[in-house]
Design a protein around this ligand. Sequence first.
Ligand code: SF4
Length: 472
Amino acid sequence: MKIKFILPALTEAESPFWRPIKYSLFPPLGLATLAAYLDPDDDAEIVDQHVQTLDTSDRPDVVAIQVYITNAYRAYRIADLYRAKGSYVILGGLHVTSLPQEAAAHADTLFIGPAEESFPRFLRDFRDGKPQRVYESRNRTIERIPPIRRDLIHRDRYLVPNSIVVSRGCPHHCDFCYKDAFFEGGRSFYTQTVDDALAEIDRLPGRHLYFLDDHLLGNQRFARGLFDGMMGMNRIFQGAATVDSILRGDLIEDAAKAGLRSIFVGFETLDEANLEISNKKQNLGRNYRRAVDRLHDLGIMINGSFVFGLDGDTPDVFRKTVDWAIESGITTSTFHIATPYPGTNFFRDMQTAKRLETTDWDLYDTRHVVFKSRMDPHKLKSGYDWSYREFYRWSAIARASLFHGSAKHQLKHLFYAGGWKKFEPIWNVVIQLRRLGVMTPLLEAVLSKVTGRGKERIQSASDVVEPVLLGD
Ligand code: SF4
């Protein structure tokens, strides 16, 4: 059987504001996970349209397409094209799970929820000539799943080919998050076994890893076992966790010892009322500044996530948030305009209150105002744009970096924030030359270890780069 897995690029890929580096970070692990269930004599291919040209002149037996909200229209066009040619088209992913009726018009079979258990069922049925119209995930587990098909991933096209996922879902239930919709009807947070996760890490070359789990510290026992197992593996890694998990116990210290150097933290809002209305209970009453200090003391850089336009926000939210992020030494910030994704409680609330302005999914990219916000929508959009500009001004980056007592941490901050937002043309050239792999040592250098808040002086950039190139 010939099967083609496709991750269509979001529609914006044709826009002049397209940022190739943003979509050249991580390979499509979900598709490579499903490919692991194929028979050895199946002919499989993965095409990630964010980094490759999609050639549609072929006619595979099965075309499997991953759909998310801002690639949905393009995914449907590709699906229609292959169905017209006679390929059997299956669709799955977040958007299909949220809006199966919409996706059904473009597919022979739909997958609802995670597919580790339903995809092998489909394969059996398809080979028997009786595939079903819809497969819903029944038993949720990722224990003893086969090793994902990394051989189908073009490593040279990604800055972080060593991305890895060792859990599914998250233990929390924020109203604006896709998670509950995707995992409805079953377990919504579960992990691999520690041994399997360590074996997967072992299979990855080099030092750097990026855990794409929604909440790497979500299961304390699993995380503790993982970090204990990683001690001595000489890895450096990035991941995501919540404020409360960073403040609780000493797990974050274990993570730092195992090699955690940068973390994505969903602060989302500095306003307690907004946390309440978003059901983001795990952040309520938590001292953000204490979490920040704790991470910085461990030499961990922070990528903070913030949402604007929740009902408690007033026009001063932008200045307050950006000032706080800079004064807290947050290295990179991801700002979002609140976006009610289909399937979420936020979407249902906005729909019930007749506050949805559009269902053009291309606009659901967290850069557009798609609902009747309490704040003037023009102010919301311009405040959001202003926040990005203000946070990533060189002067602001320099000011934020000064928060760190250690000169090495300051320099790493400058490199990391500047590299992410200021060197776009360089990234574009590197991507075109397919030389992203040469950036890995630099990334590893920037993520090298710093400890404490001492005042050592840096004479040159090599003070940061050399220790890592020489093995830290
Ligand atoms: S903590 Fe993050 S991943 Fe978990 S439900 Fe909330 S937004 Fe979603």
